[in-house]
Structure formats: C-alpha cells, structure tokens
Design a protein around this ligand. Structure first.
Ligand code: SF4
Ligand code: SF4
Length: 326
C-alpha cells in the first residue's frame, strides 16, 4: 500500500469515526485526535503512552442511579486508533481476555477500529522478534507492516477491517484469521522466570533494595499497557437517592491499594507491593490467561524517576539463582 492510500483510508474513516493517533508534541509522541486525516503521517516510533486509556478509561462512570432506576451511560463515540505498535496490540489482546465478560469494555471495543503496525525497536523495548505468524494471535482490524519508501504491507484481522479496505478500494491485503491469543509454542515468558520470581521470597536483597529506591509515584503502572487493576467508588449525589458508581485505574504501588475494612493492609511495605507487581505480571497473569503480563514495551523503564529497570531485576534474580542464594 502506498502512503497516499493510507491518507485515503483515513479520510474515508474520518466520515464516521473520530481518529486518534500519535502526534509529535514537543519531544514526545502523544496520542491525539487527528483532525486533518490528509496531513497525518504514520511514523515508526513508540507513543509515549499506549492507547490503553481508550479501552479502559482512567475514570469511567459505570452507572448512575436515581431512586430505583439504574441509568447506564452509553458509549456513542465510534473511534479509530492508529499507530499501535505490535507489543501494544499484544497488550490489547490480553485486555480482551481479562475483560471478556465485562460489558463496559465490550461496548467500547465494538465501536473501535484498531490499526496496528510492525514493532518499533528502541533501546528499552525487549519483545520477541516480529514475525508475520504472530499476527494470528493478535486482536486488530488492520495491520500495517512498514516497508521501504513509506509503503506498507497490509493485513486485515477482522471482517470490519476487510469491509473498510474494500470500500476504499484497497485490494492488496492479506487476511489473517484470529487463532486465539495463545501461540502453540507457548509463552515467551518461560517457566524459569516464573520459578525465579516465586523462589525469590519478598525478603531477598532485591526487593529490599527496590523498597528503598521506589518513590511510589505510580508512573510505571499508569504507563504500562497491560496494567488493568481498578478501584470501584460509589459517589452519592447531594440529591436524595441519586449517585454514581465509578471505575478508576488502580495503582498497586500506592499504600491504600491492599487496604480492607478495618484498615488492615495486606501489602505493607513498598517492597511487598513491588514484589506483588512482578508476581502479578510474570506469575499470576501467565498462570491465569496463558499470556505474558509484560509485553516488553519498556515504558515503565523510561518513566521511572528512580531508574528502576525490570530487565536489571531479572538479571539480579538470575545471578542470585546461579549463586544458589535463592
Ligand atoms: S511491565 Fe514495563 S515493559 Fe512490561 S508491558 Fe508494562 S510498561 Fe511495558
Ligand atoms: S515508576 Fe519507579 S519510582 Fe515510580 S512507582 Fe514505579 S518503580 Fe516506583
């Protein structure tokens, strides 16, 4: 597909959808509404944040209530998300599994067209090598593989994707049938990594050191495309019998995250909470969904003010394991 055809595609989509894609703002690539589809240029760079906010909003009203009536806000916006690197598509695929029965997520996803693209190699990214066969395990509508001279090899991953390309007159695409989230050859995250983590009790020097360094800003969780924990709050209105139920992103590094009635906290120290984050991503999510809880985008490394780098944590775990101190 030639670059002009991408413009034609976006102009067509802009009639029915609001399009969001990466735009350079200062020295960062941020996801912004694309107001002029003709001027949009897809660059092979990683957006500073992922598109997660569009699928699970950071704050979402689940319902309002008025006396005995439940009033569910309807999602009306039809959106196109473009500029999603392959590792963020992997994260979406995990979110699909996690929120499979969540009516709010499903309603959003029904109204969204996902346009992904081949991965962006950067210093902090550490995903597996991109190979075409990975596409059959990802959720997307249209996928663009970067080729020289600004051209793309085009794939569709859904009937919506096919319908859209046909309407625009783009014929040189290949269709990929979704074969489920889990590749036959198993996970990129090996049993070894899981074992390393489980073996390292919360009290090894690794967690103690991170306990000292982390300043609990929560940026790693907010920037992570796979972090999906949330809080539910009931907000009563001043009017009698009225109020709302809100779902907000949760940050497991915050002290109150594990607090239950009576004030008891199950994750008392920062080290406990960091260990919980690693354990969730690398042990519990793979066990529950047979998918990795980390897609290797490197954002948590880039945003951490304390220079905490999960690749180093695993190197340290490996050393401890070798020296039989675990
Ligand atoms: S844990 Fe870090 S590298 Fe892994 S997906 Fe989340 S932000 Fe990306
Ligand atoms: S970004 Fe770094 S300092 Fe902030 S909570 Fe995460 S690990 Fe801690």
């Amino acid at each position: 597909m030639k670059p002009q055809q991408l413009k034609k595609l976006l102009v067509y989509l802009s009639k029915d959808y609001t399009i969001f894609g990466p735009e350079k703002v200062g020295d960062r690539l941020l996801i912004r509404e694309i107001k002029d589809a003709k001027k949009f240029k897809l660059v092979n760079k990683k957006p500073f944040y992922s598109h997660k906010e569009f699928l699970i909003p950071s704050s979402q009203t689940l319902f309002n209530y008025d006396k005995n009536k439940l009033l569910k806000p309807r999602i009306k916006r039809k959106q196109v998300l473009i500029g999603i690197p392959v590792y963020d598509l992997k994260a979406f695929t995990l979110l699909h599994e996690v929120f499979e029965k969540d009516v709010y997520f499903q309603e959003i996803i029904r109204n969204i067209i996902l346009i992904g693209h081949s991965p962006v190699p950067e210093e902090t990214t550490f995903y597996e090598d991109y190979e075409e066969h990975i596409l059959e395990h990802l959720r997307f509508d249209i996928f663009l593989e970067f080729k020289p001279k600004g051209e793309f090899r085009v794939f569709t991953g859904s009937e919506d994707g096919q319908r859209i390309l046909e309407k625009v007159g783009i014929k040189d695409y290949e269709h990929v049938e979704y074969a489920g989230a889990v590749p036959e050859e198993g996970l990129a995250i090996t049993e070894k990594i899981k074992q390393k983590l489980v073996k390292s009790s919360k009290n090894t020097k690794i967690w103690k050191e991170l306990n000292k360094r982390c300043i609990v800003c929560g940026k790693c969780v907010i920037s992570c495309p796979t972090c999906f924990c949330f809080n539910i709050d009931d907000e009563p209105a001043f009017e009698k019998n009225q109020g709302s139920r809100i779902r907000d992103w949760g940050v497991c590094f915050y002290e109150e995250f594990s607090e239950v009635a009576g004030g008891e906290k199950f994750l008392k120290t920062i080290g406990d909470r960091i260990y919980n984050w690693y354990d969730h991503k690398f042990v519990r999510i793979p066990n529950e969904y047979t998918l990795p809880g980390c897609v290797g985008c490197g954002r948590c490394i880039e945003v951490c003010p304390a220079n905490i780098d999960l690749r180093k944590t695993f190197r340290d775990l490996k050393k401890l394991l070798k020296s039989k101190k675990l």
